[in-house]
Design a protein around this ligand. Structure first.
Ligand code: TRP
Ligand code: SF4
Length: 528
């Protein structure tokens, strides 16, 4: 599974701002392989990642990586944005596998954590040492050395260890206990189909997956709160599984329903349409009857569902409605008892205000909207010893293109810049980088450069221009307008990189003491 060690998951080719053409090549999201994400649009279409641009207006004082589209996608980021706007509690967490030196790709994630922390969000950063040991085979000694380097850079960039929390997986008993509980909800075939695990996969590698699930939910152990996980899109399978497990751990589910019987989500959608159309068939549209809706679905109403698969759903819905006979069709909010004990279920029933009907494994509430019901279910669950997890959210950043073109890879030193590179070495790497320039200066003046395909431009946009949007835009405009030539452009970028590295490394020294005082074990008790 572990090919050439990818930096940041990895990337083949330039991430075009428009996402390229859908259908071009396959997107594989593999957290441990060198997955290729050459087509960001597919991530939206196939995996249901949402476009970050759409939530951007809801984000208070967005980070430049958000403004510039480097953070391009998200899952369910709205609750986090809302909590930041309202000053309510929220968390940010990400993890780092200490497999090598921290590099400028990791800096994106460090910056994302730090930015959220400065917005008042509880910040967590963890060292994924169990994963590095199990999935990558690193020794504890190597892990300790790399872990320290990650942490120094995180602190140097501004993470506040007094406000936030740092931990390593191997030393966090709560995380390991939670991992064990979550593991009860996941089985081998599921991990197999998500990650391609097979009979040869180490048990500890699988354990590192449930550990990551526990990492992601760890900030909610105190109390349920919106939590964002900033990562590269290669980590999306982990995020999806964590969202699933979070809901599987819940005592109660909340759905909308129209009659006392249970229906699947698909059937419910059909029944909802029948309810909306009640004027068309009910003797008394104030009290439409289930049997009337059944008849309508089998006749005139059924015509609106054309796909054969829909037809079967329509027939199943009609059958259930028919069996319910004269029962009125009436919208309600339903609490399903998934795994609550008797006490908790009783308490929930008690807590539902207004008209309600109690069934063996569900309660229907007639005077509660869905949101209020979700909140109530969570409250009762937490009071009765449940976790009440909210599904974790995520944000995804683009991978940087390697300086030598192609993907940025830690096995090709010239392709990336380590945060520990000598400033002069950083300068040289930028000077030697591939560009989106034309063959001759003359052509460049005439046609303009291809900033969208230029790793040097990426350096400006992702890092060197910092918060200065105008500067980033000027570089872009001058480049594509033919007013900027690659030699000078690289010289400027190389100088800025040199300064950045010198400054960063100075700060690393300054925070060394801060790290010693921080509440994290720097030497593994397992090291031999
Ligand atoms: N699997 C991540 C990586 O390969 C590291 C990681 C472990 C992580 N736990 C996490 C990332 C929790 C985000 C959230 O880099
Ligand atoms: Fe890249 Fe700069 Fe050349 Fe434009 S001018 S192609 S941004 S190096």
């Amino acid at each position: 599974m572990t090919g050439d060690e990818p930096i940041e998951g990895s990337e083949s080719g330039e991430p075009l701002p428009d996402g390229g053409t859908a259908g071009a090549d396959d997107v594989a999201l593999d957290p441990w392989g060198s997955s290729t994400v050459s087509d960001y649009r597919k991530l939206f279409e196939e995996f249901g990642i949402e476009e970050f641009e759409e939530v951007l207006p809801e984000v208070p004082d967005p980070h430049y990586l958000m403004r510039r589209g480097v953070i391009f996608g998200h899952r369910d980021y709205r609750p986090v944005a809302e909590a930041m706007r309202e000053g309510e509690s929220a968390a940010v967490l990400s993890g780092f596998m200490p497999t090598g030196d921290p590099h400028i790709g990791h800096k994106l994630v460090f910056d994302e954590i730090i930015w959220h922390q400065r917005q008042g969000v509880d910040a967590y950063a963890l060292i994924a040492d169990l994963e590095a040991h199990a999935a990558r085979g690193l020794s504890w000694e190597e892990i300790d050395e790399h872990a320290r380097n990650y942490l120094l850079s995180l602190l140097a960039l501004g993470f506040d260890p007094d406000e936030g929390e740092l931990y390593r997986q191997s030393e966090n008993r709560e995380v390991q206990d939670l991992a064990f509980e979550l593991g009860i909800e996941a089985n081998f075939s599921e991990l197999g189909s998500i990650y391609g695990f097979d009979g040869e996969t180490d048990v500890s590698h699988m354990q590192s997956v449930v550990t990551q699930m526990a990492d992601i939910l760890y900030p909610q152990l105190d109390e349920p709160k919106p939590t964002v996980i900033p990562v590269g899109p290669d980590q999306d399978p982990h995020v999806r599984l964590a969202r699933d497990l979070a809901s599987r751990m819940r005592y109660f589910g909340v759905t909308e329903a129209y009659a006392s019987f249970e229906a699947t989500a698909d059937e419910s959608a059909v029944i909802a349409e029948a309810y909306e159309a009640r004027e068309a068939y009910a003797d008394d549209p104030g009290t439409p009857r289930c049997a009337e809706a059944a008849e309508w679905l089998r006749g005139e109403g059924g015509a609106r569902f054309e796909v054969p698969d829909d037809e079967r759903t329509v027939e199943r819905a009609a059958e259930k409605l028919e069996n319910a006979g004269m029962e009125p069709l009436r919208p309600r909010t339903r609490f399903l008892n998934r795994r609550a004990d008797e006490d908790a279920f009783e308490a929930l029933i008690e807590a539902v205000d207004g008209e309600k009907r109690v069934f063996e494994a569900h309660v229907d509430a007639f005077d509660l909207d869905r949101e209020a019901a979700e909140e109530l279910a969570r409250e009762v669950e937490v009071e009765h010893g449940g976790y009440g997890f909210l599904p974790p959210s995520s944000i995804y950043h683009r991978f940087m293109t390697g300086l030598t073109g192609g993907k940025m890879s830690s096995s090709i030193p010239a392709s990336h810049i380590s945060l520990l590179d000598d400033p002069e070495a950083g300068y040289e790497k930028v000077k030697a980088a591939t560009t989106g320039g034309r063959e001759t200066a003359e052509k460049q003046r005439e046609l303009g450069g291809r900033a969208d395909e230029c790793p040097v431009y990426e350096l400006y946009a992702y890092l060197l221009a910092g918060d200065d949007d105008e500067f980033a835009k000027r570089v872009y405009d001058e480049c594509v307008g033919g007013d900027r030539l690659c030699g000078d452009c690289k010289e400027q970028a190389a100088r800025l990189m040199e300064e950045f590295l010198a400054d960063h490394q100075e700060k690393r020294e300054e925070v060394a003491e801060l790290l010693e005082d921080a509440d994290i074990e720097l030497e593994s008790s397992r090291a031999r």
